[in-house]
Every structure is written in C-alpha cells, then in structure tokens.
Design a protein around this ligand. Structure first.
Ligand code: UTP
Length: 226
C-alpha cells in the first residue's frame, strides 16, 4: 500500500517531536511504501512576513516558504533511518528513485514544496496522484476540516466525513496568500477531487502513533472519500 503523508509545520518546532514522528515513519516503512512531504511551519511564515514587509510579491513570498519546507525536509531526513539521503525536488524523481530501488526497498522519499501557488498539501496530493497512491494523510495543527477557522471562530463545526466535491466547496472560500493558515488549500482539494484518492486529515498535536492508527482506519479527524 502506498501512502503519502503531508507533515505539518508544527512537527519542526522541536527535535523531540520530530524524532518521535521519524520513529513512526521508520516503523511504517517496513510495511508501507511511504513518502513524506514536509511543511514550512513558523519559520516559513516568519520569512514570508519579512519578505512581504520588504515589498516582495506573493510568488516571491511563496518561494521563501518553499525554501523553508525544503530545509525541514532535510531535518526530517536527519532524523530518519530509512530515508533517501536528499529531499526530492520534483515528483517524477521520486517515481524514478522508487522504481530503480530494487535492493533497498522500504526507503522513505521526503520532499518539501515545489512551485508557487499552493502549499505542501497540494504537493502531497500531486505526488499521491502521480504515484497512484492509495492514501493521503494530512497531519496538521487542527483536528480536521471545519466550516470556519476553529482558531478564530468558536462556533466552527468539524466535518467527520466529506466528499471531494464538498471539500472543494469548503476550501474555495479560502484566501490563497503565501503562508496563509488553511487546513487544505484549494489546489490540493481539486487534485484530491480529480484523483479520487482517499484522504484523511488528522491532528498532529498529539501522539504521532495516531498516524499509524489512521493508516489502519481509526482516527478522530476528517475523512475525504466518495
Ligand atoms: P506549507 O505547506 O507549510 O503551508 O507551506 P501550510 O500548509 O499553511 O503550513 P503548515 O504545514 O500547516 O504549517 C508554507 C508556504 O510555502 C509556500 C506557500 O506560501 C505556503 O503557504 N509553498 C509551499 C509554495 O508556494 N509552494 C509549495 O509547493 C509549498
């Protein structure tokens, strides 16, 4: 089974959190074909904000974010035992490496952002589509997809289940600026819709072993499936 994980920026705040997640990924790599796409976190937002203050346009700000997601990819690789040694820069390179890796099966492909206009959730969705993955797991700083931002609106309602079409409708209301705090960006939602790949959004703030449970079908987040 092929699984692509979008690992939210909150994992890169401290070494222990990252190490605990890496242990889970190394364990999963024994049984699953695994790719992990790393988010940018607070550092990305800091650089984006600085660039914006200096007059940078949104595309340049996006490139700031991409650079930080790639640094975080290197950090995760440093914590993993079973990863390819460098972050991948493009989707097709992951497919080529996995296809030619006859000897060392079970290695984890790690990559950050790719191009302006979306977030690493879209990168995970595109990679999953390109590899014909079975599951996309978005591990983030909220416990699922809401009808409004739960950090700002106490009455926001969480969805336990959404169709891809409903996900598109929910996410299209979001503003797509560099560094904006959205659970799933609209590009990711459209890719999930067209590929039809089952997607689960779970809370990354608790025990990372929740990632294993979610892959096995048990979670308290939002499931996006037809
Ligand atoms: P993230 O993927 O970390 O954004 O990319 P996020 O999902 O909002 O953050 P987390 O994971 O929940 O913490 C950070 C920023 O980098 C740029 C965007 O500006 C994005 O907001 N980015 C990232 C791109 O432009 N393209 C990419 O492929 C990836």
């Amino acid at each position: 089974m092929k699984v692509v994980i979008s690992l939210g920026g909150i994992f890169f705040a401290d070494a222990e959190k990252l190490k605990n997640a890496a242990v889970v990924f190394d364990e999963l790599a024994h049984s699953y074909d695994l790719c992990v796409v790393t988010g940018g976190g607070v550092k990305a937002r800091e650089y984006i904000e600085l660039a914006r203050e200096l007059g940078a346009n949104e595309a340049l700000c996006d490139y700031m974010g991409i650079a930080l997601t790639r640094i975080n990819a290197k950090l995760l690789i440093a914590a993993l035992e079973r990863a390819y040694p460098e972050p991948f820069l493009d989707y097709k390179d992951v497919a080529v490496a996995k296809a030619s890796d006859r000897e060392g099966g079970g290695r984890i492909a790690v990559m950050g952002g790719v191009s302006p206009g979306y977030t690493t959730d879209a990168v995970a969705a595109i990679l999953a589509e390109y590899l014909n993955a079975d599951l996309i797991l978005i591990v983030t700083s909220v416990d699922g997809v809401y009808d409004a931002d739960p950090h700002k609106d106490a009455s926001a309602k969480k969805y336990n289940k959404l169709s891809p079409k409903e996900l598109v409708a929910v996410t299209m209301k979001e503003e797509l600026k560099a560094g904006s705090r959205i659970v799933i960006d609209p590009v990711a939602a459209k890719i999930i819709e067209r590929s039809g790949i089952k997607t689960i959004v779970i809370d990354g703030r608790s025990d990372p072993r929740a990632i294993i449970d979610a892959i096995h079908g048990t979670h308290h987040g939002t499931e996006i499936a037809k």
